[in-house]
Design a protein around this ligand. Structure first.
Ligand code: HEC
Length: 237
């Protein structure tokens, strides 16, 4: 019995967090190149203006996601150095001026925050006229980022419920449709989060490619060793 109490206590931080803000779980597959390409495009269009990705080089992105020269040129029309890393065009002092806080580099944050959180966050903006950009967020209270996907998602409002006479946000409701249906929007955000999961550690694609060769090499090596063993032991038997 005491053991159960201890286990419950140990798990409490996780459990209580899960209860207060349940996180939605997207389908993430960093080996799905089509999804990564869609996510990359959305990122460049909507996020790169403010958020750099310092672990990801343009050249690597082009190779990993198999963009042709023409496709890559269309994605980054004014790119000068293909060996550089994905850098936002906004200086961090400007961001601090506009938003009160700098827009963080997302390569490390993506790993720290986790894909479930990112997915819930990007779908979790709702109207709140008390905030400077007119929006608040379900999992990031009083966030300083505007909802840059609102035209795709539409407008959401909070469903407020009184808990112990303090109002709290119970869920979100779409009150104005966006350019995408809710299902299409969720898929687009999942692509975006997938891209961020890849960008947090671009070498994971390379590792998998190399992995195939390593396994192939080991199989060949095992065959050679087996033949060698047979040859050595032939006279002894
Ligand atoms: C106009 C500038 C701007 C754009 C465009 C923008 N963001 Fe942000 N973002 C911010 C700022 C500023 C913050 C910091 C918010 C805060 O700390 O309150 C932020 C915070 C975040 C965070 C939380 C990071 C953390 O460390 O807690 C994530 C995740 C994020 N943005 C993702 C995105 C994604 C994905 C896009 C593209 C769909 C995007 N942002 C587009 C300005 C921007």
């Amino acid at each position: 019995m005491r053991l159960y109490v201890w286990i419950l206590l140990a798990l409490w931080p996780i459990l209580s967090k899960a209860i207060s803000a349940p996180l939605a779980q997207p389908d993430i597959d960093v080996y799905d190149t089509a999804s990564l390409r869609r996510g990359a495009k959305l990122y460049v269009d909507r996020c790169l203006g403010c958020h750099s990705l310092k672990h990801l080089r343009y050249l690597r992105l082009k190779q990993d996601l198999q963009f042709s020269d023409a496709e890559f040129k269309a994605l980054f029309p004014s790119l000068e150095r293909i060996t550089g890393t994905l850098t936002s065009s906004m200086a961090s002092e400007d961001a601090t001026h506009w938003f009160g806080v700098p827009a963080p580099d997302l390569s490390e944050r993506a790993r720290a925050l986790g894909t479930d959180w990112l997915y819930t966050y990007l779908r979790g903006f709702y109207q709140d006229d008390a905030r400077p950009f007119g929006v608040n967020n379900l999992v990031f209270k009083d966030v300083a980022m505007p909802n840059v996907l609102w035209d795709l998602q539409g407008k959401q409002i909070a469903v407020i419920e009184e808990v112990d006479s303090t109002p709290s946000v119970r869920g979100l409701k779409l009150v104005e449709p966006g350019a995408l249906s809710p299902k299409e929007f969720d898929l687009a955000v999942a692509d975006l989060v997938n891209f961020l999961a890849y960008a947090a550690e671009p070498s994971q694609l390379e590792r998998r490619r190399l992995g195939k060769y390593v396994i192939g090499f080991l199989i060949v090596l095992a065959l050679v060793m087996y033949r060698l063993k047979q040859a050595y032991w032939k006279d002894i038997h």
